[in-house]
Design a protein around this ligand. Structure first.
Ligand code: FAD
Length: 473
C-alpha cells in the first residue's frame, strides 16, 4: 500500500519548501521530495536560492564590498589601514558556512512542521501519484490528493561556450573560484552576470561583460539603466553591448572567446569565463507521459493565475512556471497554492513583484517603467530625487543614483518606483507597500519620513511628481 498524503511537493527550493511548510501549518498531511545533494554529499534543502543562488552570491557580494571599502572607501572618512588583503578561500568558506546554516535551518523547519521528507527524484504519474526514486535506487510511489511541482530552473548552456566548470563556468562555478582570475569574461549582462562580475572585479579581476543585446538592462527603467551603465563602467566593468559570442577555445589555462559586434569579428582571452545567459525550467523526467500536465511553448509547466496546471489538483510554482525567476515570487506562489488547497481564496498580485540587482549601488524597482507606461498610452508625471541631494547619502559617501517615482497624470496613483543607489532593495520595498495600498504620490508626499534617512529621497521623489520637492531644483 502506498503512503497517502494531502499534498506532495516535488522540489525543496524557496517555492517548494515554503509551500510544504504552509500546507503543514494548515493541517494538511504533507510530503516533500528533494534530490539535491549539497557539498557535503547530503541532501540539502533550499534549492538554487539557498545553495547556489541568492544567498551565496550575496555572501560574496557583501564580503567583496567590505574588502573594496577597506581599500578604497575608508580614506574619505579619515580612516587609514595597513595593507588590506583578501583571503579568497576564507571568503568562499564563509559563504559555504552560511549556506550550510541556512539549509540546515530549512531542514529543521520541515521537521518541526511535521512535513515528511523523501530524499530522491520525484516524478508525477497519472492519477496524482508521485514516484520517488530514492538515493539507494529503490522506488516508492506516493498517493496524493494534491501535487505541487516546484522543480525550479537551471542555467542555460550555449553551444559556443560549453561549460567545463573549470575554465568556463556557470553561475554555480563562479561562486567557488579559489582566487580572483586576472582576466574574467562574463557572457550576459543580466542580473546574475552583473552581480558575479562585480564580486570578482572588486577582488581585482579585469572584467569584460559580453552582451548580445544592444540595450543595457532592457527590463529596467531607461533612465535607471543609463545611470547603471555609467556607474558600473566607471567601476571598471567593461560592458560590450551588441556583442554576440560565436565560439570559444580553451588553450592551457585560458579561454579565447570569439564574438561579433558592430566593429566586426573580435576575440578576447580570459583566465575564467562565466556563462550567465539565463535560466531554463527543470522538467527532465518530472512528468510521466500520461500525467496530463502540459507545458507552454518555452518548456515551462503551463499554469493559470493561481498556479493550477491542466490537471485538477496538480499545481506548479516558482521558476518552473511563467513569470519572474525570483525566490520571493516562488515562495509567495507556494503560500498561495497551499492556502488555496486548504480552501482559502488567496491570490497574488503579480503586478507588484519587486526586482533587485545587488550591484553597488543596488538597482531595484517595482511596478512599471516610464517607457512601458508610455507604450501603453498612459500619461504620467515623474518625480526624481538624486541621492546627491540627500544629507544622509552624503554622510555615508553614497551619493550615486536617484529615486524615481512615476504616477498616473490623471489620478496621481503611483505606478512605478525605481531606485538606483544605496539600499535600493530596501527603499523599493517601501514603494511596493505603498503601491499595494493604492497610494497616490500626494499620499506619499504627505507622510512624515525620519530625518536624516535615505528614505527621504523616496519622499522627495513623490513630492517632485507634483512639483513640490523641497530639496530638488
Ligand atoms: P529552485 O530554487 O531551483 O529549487 C528547485 C528544487 O527542486 C531544487 O532543489 C532541485 O534539486 C529540486 N528538484 C528538481 N527536480 C526535482 C525532482 N524531479 N525531484 C526532486 N527534486 C527535484 N532570486 C532572488 O529573488 N533574489 C536573488 O538575489 C537571487 N539571486 C540569484 C543568484 C544566482 C547566482 C542564481 C542562480 C539565482 C538567483 N535568484 C535570485 C533566483 C532564485 O534562486 C530562483 O528564482 C529560486 O531559487 C526559484 O525557486 P524554486 O523553488 O522555483 O526553484
Amino acid at each position: 500500500m502506498s503512503q497517502k498524503f494531502d499534498v506532495v511537493v516535488i522540489g525543496a527550493g524557496p517555492g517548494g519548501y515554503v509551500a510544504a511548510i504552509r500546507a503543514a501549518q494548515l493541517g494538511l498531511k504533507t510530503a516533500l521530495v528533494e534530490k539535491y545533494q549539497g557539498k557535503e554529499g547530503k541532501t540539502a534543502l533550499g534549492g538554487t536560492c539557498l545553495n547556489v543562488g541568492c544567498i551565496p552570491s550575496k555572501a560574496l557580494l557583501d564580503s567583496s564590498y567590505k574588502f573594496h571599502e577597506a581599500r578604497e572607501g575608508f580614506k574619505v572618512h579619515g580612516i587609514t589601514t595597513g595593507d588590506v588583503n583578501m583571503d579568497v578561500p576564507a571568503m568562499v568558506g564563509r559563504k559555504d558556512v552560511i549556506v550550510k546554516n541556512l539549509t540546515g535551518g530549512v531542514a529543521a523547519l520541515i521537521k518541526s512542521n511535521g512535513v515528511t521528507l523523501f530524499e530522491g527524484h520525484g516524478k508525477l504519474l497519472a492519477g496524482k501519484q508521485v514516484e520517488v526514486t530514492k538515493l539507494d535506487g529503490s522506488v516508492e510511489v506516493l498517493a496524493a490528493e494534491n501535487v505541487i511541482l516546484a522543480s525550479g530552473s537551471k542555467p542555460v548552456d550555449i553551444p559556443p561556450a560549453p561549460v567545463d566548470q573549470d575554465i568556463i563556468v556557470d553561475s554555480t562555478g563562479a561562486l567557488d573560484f579559489q582566487s580572483a582570475p586576472a582576466k574574467l569574461g562574463v557572457i550576459g549582462a543580466g542580473v546574475i552576470g552583473l552581480e558575479l562580475g562585480s564580486v570578482w572585479a572588486r577582488l581585482g579581476s579585469e572584467v569584460t561583460v559580453i552582451e548580445a543585446m544592444d540595450k543595457f538592462l532592457p527590463a529596467a527603467d531607461d533612465q535607471v539603466a543609463k545611470e547603471a551603465l555609467k556607474i558600473l563602467t566607471k567601476q571598471g566593468l567593461n560592458i560590450r553591448l551588441g556583442a554576440r559570442v560565436t565560439g570559444s577555445e580553451i588553450k592551457g589555462k585560458q579561454v579565447t572567446v570569439k564574438f561579433t559586434d558592430a566593429a566586426g569579428e573580435q576575440e578576447l582571452t580570459f583566465d575564467k569565463l562565466i556563462v550567465a545567459v539565463g535560466r531554463r525550467p527543470v522538467t527532465a523526467n518530472l512528468l510521466a507521459a500520461d500525467s496530463g500536465v502540459t507545458m507552454d511553448e518555452r518548456g515551462f509547466v503551463f499554469v493559470d493565475d493561481f498556479c493550477a496546471t491542466s490537471v485538477p489538483g496538480v499545481y506548479a510554482i516558482g521558476d518552473v512556471v511563467r513569470g519572474a525567476m525570483l525566490a520571493h515570487k516562488a515562495s509567495e506562489e507556494g503560500v498561495m497554492v497551499a492556502e488555496r488547497i486548504a480552501g482559502h481564496k488567496t491570490q497574488m498580485n503579480y503586478d507588484l513583484i519587486p526586482g533587485v540587482i545587488y550591484t553597488h549601488p543596488e538597482i531595484a524597482w517595482v511596478g512599471k517603467t516610464e517607457q512601458q507606461l508610455k507604450a501603453e498610452g498612459v500619461d504620467v508625471n515623474v518625480g526624481v530625487a538624486p541621492f546627491a541631494a540627500s544629507g544622509r547619502a552624503m554622510a555615508a559617501n553614497e551619493t550615486a543614483g536617484f529615486v524615481k517615482v512615476i504616477a498616473d497624470a490623471k489620478t496621481d496613483r503611483v505606478l512605478g518606483v525605481h531606485v538606483i543607489g544605496p539600499s535600493a532593495a530596501e527603499l523599493v520595498q517601501q514603494g511596493a507597500i505603498a503601491m499595494e495600498f493604492g497610494t497616490s504620490a500626494e499620499d506619499l508626499g504627505m507622510m512624515v519620513f525620519s530625518h536624516p534617512t535615505l528614505s527621504e529621497s523616496l519622499h522627495e521623489a513623490a513630492l517632485a511628481v507634483n512639483g513640490h520637492a523641497i530639496h530638488v531644483a
